[in-house]
Design a protein around this ligand. Structure first.
Ligand code: 13P
Ligand code: SF4
Length: 315
């Protein structure tokens, strides 16, 4: 929220909380990783702000004792898999992800039985259990390249059917789609976007690949949250319509202040459930510490490491 619109007492509380969190962070040798969709005040306590891929890379590299995740549970689990010796904290258990919940172990066992020759590529938006059953992980930033890198002709892609369909359009492989979706993106309506486009004809549309195909077809550029600032910076347009979670346009206004961003979006309640008071509590009381069985960590690690190795070689 704009500081000028905030009642004075709230603004003071925010400043005090930020100061307290920065102090606690130092005392506990903690690193705070923040996803792009978080509330804007969370950016101010961050050591790193980014997309799922960037956050995984940071979680693997950090020397801190504690990794506090301002994001959702699957991201914190990924951090735990990559740094099992560290304390990984998720300030609230409300920070789930309904897309990740759409992939279950039982269902994946069934699909694997049906397609024994297929590789399993799981989107990072899955639980550690699912990653442990996968050959490789991917994010919105590298899904097409990861799938194309696999030796198998057939690939089970889960759990997002919209991203899976997008990948299918950019590969010769046969993609076995999963019936999952992110309601934040899937509910965005192509007809209404068309009205927006007509009202702002000089604006370019940047959309997240979790959106429906009919919406992606009328977009100028499709990419994950990490690619949006890069595109806006280098494109010669001045105005952009940002089609994803509402927090992204705020982040882009900070990152690319010379351009204009109009938001065509829905709010993700999971991403917005992390707040400054919950982060302060988490650093004092270790709420909520992520723990995972050793076997799951070992197997999930193989799938995540393959993705990170691929991304490093591709960079
Ligand atoms: P990104 O990897 O593009 O940041 O996406 C994460 C996410 O949850 C999208 O809904
Ligand atoms: Fe999950 Fe969608 Fe929220 Fe991302 S935006 S965390 S995929 S519900």
């Amino acid at each position: 929220m704009n500081q000028r619109l905030m009642p004075q007492s709230f603004a003071n509380d925010t400043e005090k909380l930020i100061e307290l969190i920065l102090e606690l962070k130092k005392q506990r040798n903690a690193v705070i990783l923040v996803h792009n969709y978080q509330r804007p005040e969370m950016y101010r306590i961050a050591d790193y702000i980014g997309d799922s891929l960037g956050l995984s890379v940071k979680a693997a590299e950090t020397k801190a004792d504690i990794i506090l995740f301002c994001g959702v549970r699957f991201m914190a689990e990924t951090a735990k898999v990559l740094s099992p010796e560290k304390t990984v904290l998720l300030p609230t258990l409300d920070a789930g992800c309904s897309l990740a919940d759409m992939a279950t172990v039982e269902k994946l066992e069934e699909v694997k039985r049906k397609y024994p020759d297929a590789a399993v590529a799981s989107y990072v938006n899955t639980s550690a259990d699912i990653k442990a059953m996968s050959d490789i992980c991917c994010t919105s930033a590298n899904a097409v390249e990861i799938v194309n890198s696999l030796p198998n002709k057939r690939v089970i892609f889960l759990p997002d059917k919209n991203l899976g369909r997008y990948v299918q359009q950019h590969t010769d492989k046969e993609i076995i789609l999963w019936d999952g979706y992110c309601f934040v993106h899937d509910k965005l309506n192509a007809e209404i976007l068309m009205d927006f486009k007509q009202r702002y004809p000089d604006a370019k549309v940047i959309a997240h690949p979790e959106c429906k195909d009919e919406l992606l077809k009328i977009s100028d550029h499709v990419c994950g949250t990490g690619g949006m600032a890069k595109f806006a910076k280098h494109d010669n347009s001045k105005n952009f319509i940002v089609v994803t979670e509402c927090g992204m346009a705020e982040k882009l206004r900070e990152d690319v202040p010379e351009k204009n961003f109009l938001s065509f979006c829905n709010v993700c309640p999971y991403m917005k459930s992390t707040t400054l008071p919950l982060v302060a509590r988490s650093l004092v009381h270790n709420t909520h510490e992520i723990t995972l069985p050793e076997g799951i960590i070992a197997n999930a690690r193989k799938a995540i490491d393959r993705m990170l190795k691929f991304s490093k070689n591709a960079a």
